[in-house]
Design a protein around this ligand. Structure first.
Ligand code: BGC
Length: 327
């Protein structure tokens, strides 16, 4: 009897391992701090639901991301959850996966293909609208600069479109004047810094507000602003990352748009596990997203500034108070 129990105990974990559904998580890069958290929360939730996560990172290489998708499928991934490097090019991933019968979940950024099973993100147009609304409230008239992310990221286009929609009436009435609008090749802060440095070296114009798409770019913008206007110029951001919150606390950045990562990552994990098991998924709505219509869930972004960062970003643990203090 004892031996029988021992054998059972030995076999049981193996049995569980065989049963664990493999989910492929295919990231773009780690340039922005948030993607570590996305990976962490996603992996934890999949594990909790009885699955296993295989991770690959494309490091901003579009062609490589397609190869990594094939690799994940080859390694037994039953579902791919993808943060596309390039929203158009990643349609290849959706095609390849479809041929292998592997559903694709487009995570945070949209893959421009109807061959995806689901899209899980925030309302990205609203992100841009919140940035511009905040800037207009603080600076209803004056000179504006817009600083946005790469066109290869569908979100970057939506952030910009949202900003422009809100700013349009004030531009038309002449209340605000856009003295520069920059679209970066990537999301790195160095590019933003160099772009603005170059701008200020060629003109005496000074902005009253810089509507910036995320905290990473905002950090570059703040470093490039002439000293006499740093802290006076309204600078926006997004992601509520550690640097962003620090910039807000010292007064160099006015706001950030907070998109809690945990609920997003957990939703994606649940959907992925349902797809892997072939069980019904709740909460997805067929949504028209410009050129394509897909099953989507779009969460609501929140404006965060000095007045509410404690009861949002800190309370949720997205940024730790101890990190703010020690840094
Ligand atoms: C995400 C942002 C992020 C940016 C750079 C966008 O697609 O929505 O949260 O800051 O990519 O990684």
């Amino acid at each position: 009897m004892k031996t029988f129990l021992k054998v059972l105990l030995l076999i049981f974990p193996c049995f569980i391992q065989v049963q664990a559904q493999k989910i492929g998580l295919l990231l773009d890069d780690y340039i922005i701090e948030r993607w570590y958290s996305d990976q962490k929360y996603f992996t934890e939730k999949v594990k909790e639901l009885g699955g296993e996560v295989l991770v690959e990172v494309a490091y901003s290489d579009t062609a490589q991301q397609v190869e990594l998708a094939k690799k994940l499928i080859g390694s037994g991934a039953k579902v791919l959850v993808v943060i596309p490097t390039d929203s158009h090019q990643a349609a290849r991933i959706a095609d390849v996966a479809k041929k292998s019968g592997v559903p694709v979940v487009s995570y945070d950024r949209l893959i421009l293909s109807e061959n995806i099973a689901a899209y899980v993100s925030y309302d990205n147009r609203k992100v841009g609208m919140l940035q511009a609304k905040y800037a207009l409230e603080k600076m209803p008239g004056g000179k504006y600069i817009l600083m946005n992310g790469p066109t290869s990221d569908n979100n970057a286009l939506l952030f910009k479109a949202g900003q422009e929609e809100v700013l349009a009436p004030s531009i038309k009435s002449g209340k605000i004047q856009v003295i520069g609008s920059f679209v970066m090749d990537d999301w790195g802060q160095l590019g933003a810094y160099m772009k603005l440095q170059d701008f200020f070296s060629k003109t005496k114009e000074r902005p009253d507000a810089v509507v910036v798409a995320n905290d990473e770019l905002a950090t570059g913008v703040i470093q490039a602003l002439p000293k006499d206007i740093t802290g006076k110029t309204i600078v926006t951001g997004q992601d509520a990352d550690l640097a962003g919150i620090k910039n807000i606390l010292v007064g160099n950045q006015a706001m950030t748009v907070y998109k809690p990562i945990k609920p997003l990552a957990e939703k994606a994990a649940e959907i992925a596990m349902h797809l892997a098991r072939g069980t019904a998924i709740k909460g997805l709505t067929k949504t028209n997203l410009g050129t394509i219509s897909v099953n989507a869930i779009l969460l609501d972004p929140v404006t965060v500034d000095k007045s509410n960062y404690m009861e949002t970003v800190i309370k949720d643990g997205q940024v730790k108070l101890s990190d703010l203090k020690t840094n």
